[in-house]
Design a protein around this ligand. Structure first.
Ligand code: XMP
Length: 319
């Protein structure tokens, strides 16, 4: 870690020099990259930093909460939370095509961010959590689908028209180095070790049309999956774990009554690069606990499946 300590000190000095006394905006997504960028910027320029978090209503249970409290109480940054849940849900009403959902969410995100950013006076720079693999990827596959997805949906990919100069302090780092740097900067492990979460969020895990009711069911089921994986000490050894709400009802029995309720699929994968992935070989007792808890605790779900598909040919997400 001595090397990362040096990296942090040098980067902080470089940011100060680059930015002078101008204001810098940093978008927070809830993920590790943007959190580390914000923590680094805070160390470098303190109250010249303004953070924007767009709450699109598609985040995981309690996910934005941890980030909000970290960056408002611990780091005490000028934090702007844009509460845009209604706005996103209205735009998504009646839409079931996955790419159309992505387009809508990507577009609204940029609009929300832009509106909030223009309210912040004297902002000259935009800090982004671009990593070394992103730099390589966008150079190598300019028009590839992966690059397109990243450009449109990650906080790291706001359009140039915003008119800010970019600050990208993580450009030379790999993900594991970013995590170590996060620890070095005092971020909590909960944020530093967080699994990646797609920009379109729960919308692409709520198959078909997205509604507030479906999101509520999915959010509860998903929280149980993550919670049980963490309790079994498997969170760090798996790459992503989550619930998917299927657009399927099936018959069940509860007590003496027949039910006709939703099915949830649990997805948990191991991967190094997210281009290929295998399903995690979870112990049966963990799967059993996840299933029992979801069926007992989440109203409207009577069946739980485990996804045993590798990527390729299946993708990690279901949409
Ligand atoms: P797939 O489903 O393509 O996912 O195997 C590979 C990785 O990318 C994430 N992912 C996304 N990330 N916007 C994002 O920011 C998206 O639209 C998107 N789609 C997939 C996925 O969670 C996995 O880590």
């Amino acid at each position: 870690t001595w090397k990362l300590g040096d990296f942090a000190r040098e980067t902080i000095a470089r940011i100060r020099e680059e930015v002078g006394d101008a204001r810098v905006i940093c978008g927070l997504s809830g993920g590790v990259d943007s959190s580390v960028v914000a923590a680094l910027l805070y160390r470098a320029i303190g109250d010249q930093l303004s953070c924007i978090l767009v709450d699109n209503g598609l985040l995981r249970k309690d996910e934005e909460g941890a980030v909000i409290s970290e960056f408002s109480s611990h780091f005490k940054t000028d934090l702007h939370v844009v509460s845009a849940k209604e706005r996103f849900l209205n735009k998504l009403a009646g839409v079931s095509d996955p790419q159309e959902k992505r387009r809508i969410i990507g577009y609204e995100f940029i609009e929300c961010f832009k509106e909030e950013a223009t309210k912040i006076k004297d902002a000259k720079f935009l800090a982004q959590g671009t990593l070394y693999p992103d730099v390589i990827e966008s150079g190598a596959a300019q028009d590839g689908p992966a690059a397109v997805i990243k450009l449109h949906h990650n906080v790291g990919g706001l359009p140039k028209e915003l008119g800010f100069d970019l600050v990208e302090p993580l450009r030379d780092l790999f993900k594991d180095e970013v995590r170590k740097l996060g620890i070095e900067l005092g971020l909590p492990e909960d944020i530093v070790w967080r699994h990646p979460f797609p920009g379109p969020g729960l919308a692409v895990r709520c198959l078909g049309e997205v509604t507030e009711e479906k999101l509520a069911v999915l959010r509860e089921a998903d929280a149980i999956v993550v919670n049980e994986i963490k309790s079994a000490n498997l969170y760090r050894s798996t790459s992503q774990c989550f619930a998917v709400l299927l657009p399927v009802q099936s018959v069940g029995v509860m007590g003496d009554a027949r039910t006709y309720d939703n099915a949830v699929c649990v997805r948990c994968v191991d991967t190094d690069d997210f281009m290929t992935a295998t399903w995690s070989d979870l112990p049966y007792e963990v799967l059993a606990r996840i299933s029992t808890r979801i069926i007992n605790e989440v109203k409207g779900v009577n069946r739980v499946c485990y996804d045993i598909s590798t990527k390729p040919p299946a993708t990690i997400e279901w949409e």
